[in-house]
Design a protein around this ligand. Structure first.
Ligand SMILES: [Zn+2]
Length: 275
C-alpha cells in the first residue's frame, strides 16, 4: 500500500503518529511525507535566521525519515504560520503529488478539532482532505494530465489524534515506540525547546548533556503515557497505540448499502479497528 503523510511542520507526524509510520514501513508499505512548510518560525532563539532554521529543520526531517526507513521527505516550502494565505496553491500542489505518488491512504491533521489554535494545522488538514477528494477529477488542473499524470483517488483519509470523534482506528505501536522516540529526537531544534517543561529553569538555547538526558527521559515518559492512554481505548487488546479517525472517500467507497445508510445518518460510533 502507498501511504502519504501530509502535514504542516517537519515534526508533526513524528509526535502524533511516528509509531504508526514506523510500523507501516516495517510492514512493507511505501511511506512518504509531504511537509507543507519548512518550519522556519519554530524557534525561541532570537539570533538564528529563518534560512538557517529552515535548513536545520529540513535536515532534521530527512534524518527522521531515515530512522523510519521511509522515502526522502517532500517539502512544499510554504511559509511557516501562513499556510492559510495560500489555499489554492497548496491544493494544486497536493493534488499534483497525490496524482504522482498514487496513495491509497492519506494521513493528516484533524482540522475539525474545536480547540486547535494553530492555523497551519487547520489549513493543512482541510486542504489535504479536499485534495484527496478532488484529485480524481480530470478537469481539475488539466495541466497535470498534459505532464503525463493521471487522475487518482485515495481511498481513505486518516486524521491524527482525533479529539472530536471517537477514534475508529488504533495502531499498535508497542513494537515501534522506541523508533518513534529516536525519530522525534532527530528534531533537536524542537525537542530542545521543550527542555524547561521537563527540567525547571533549563535554557533551551544552552543545554548541558545532563539536561539533554533528563529531557529525553521526560519526553519518553510523557509519550509513553499518551500511547498507553490511547491503547486503553482497545479494551485491553493492545497496550500502546496511536488513535485515528479514518474517513473513506471517493465514489464507490461503500462496501454495501448499510455503509451508505450509516454515513447518511451521520457516522454513528463504531468500535475501533486494530491495525
Ligand atoms: Zn505543527
Amino acid at each position: 500500500m502507498i501511504i502519504v503523510f501530509t502535514y504542516a511542520h517537519p515534526d508533526d507526524a513524528e509526535f502524533l503518529a511516528g509509531g504508526s509510520l514506523a510500523k507501516w514501513v516495517e510492514d512493507g508499505h511505501d511511506v512518504y511525507a509531504i511537509c507543507a512548510t519548512n518550519g522556519d518560525l519554530g524557534t525561541r532563539d532570537k539570533f538564528i535566521t529563518s534560512q538557517n532554521l529552515a535548513n536545520m529543520r529540513k535536515n532534521e526531517l530527512k534524518e527522521a525519515m531515515k530512522v523510519f526507513g521511509a522515502n526522502e521527505p517532500i517539502f512544499l516550502n510554504f511559509p511557516d504560520g501562513l499556510i492559510q494565505k495560500h489555499p489554492d496553491e497548496l491544493k494544486e500542489q497536493l493534488v499534483y503529488w497525490f496524482r504522482k505518488l498514487k496513495p491509497n491512504r492519506i494521513v493528516t491533521l484533524d482540522p475539525w478539532k474545536t480547540y486547535e489554535p494553530h492555523p497551519d494545522h487547520i489549513s493543512i488538514g482541510k486542504i489535504a482532505s479536499e485534495a484527496a477528494v478532488f484529485s480524481c477529477f480530470p478537469l481539475l488542473y488539466p495541466d497535470h494530465l498534459k505532464e503525463g499524470l493521471e487522475p487518482h483517488q485515495p481511498k481513505e483519509i486518516w486524521f491524527m489524534t482525533p479529539m472530536e470523534h471517537k477514534p475508529n482506528r488504533l495502531v499498535d505501536i508497542s513494537k515501534t515506540f522506541n523508533k518513534k522516540i529516536e525519530a522525534i529526537l532527530c528534531h533537536r531544534s524542537q525537542v530542545e525547546m521543550l527542555a524547561d517543561l521537563f527540567v525547571e529553569g533549563a535554557d533551551p538555547t544552552h543545554l548541558s548533556d545532563e539536561i539533554k538526558k533528563k529531557l529525553r527521559e521526560g519526553l519518553e515518559s510523557l509519550l509513553n503515557m499518551v500511547a498507553q492512554a490511547q491503547g486503553s481505548l482497545s479494551n485491553g487488546k493492545i497496550e500502546m497505540a496511536e488513535a485515528f479517525y479514518a474517513l473513506k472517500v471517493g465514489a464507490g467507497h461503500f462496501n454495501n448499502e448499510q455503509e451508505i445508510i450509516k454515513e447518511m445518518i451521520g457516522f454513528p460510533l463504531e468500535e475501533p479497528e486494530i491495525h
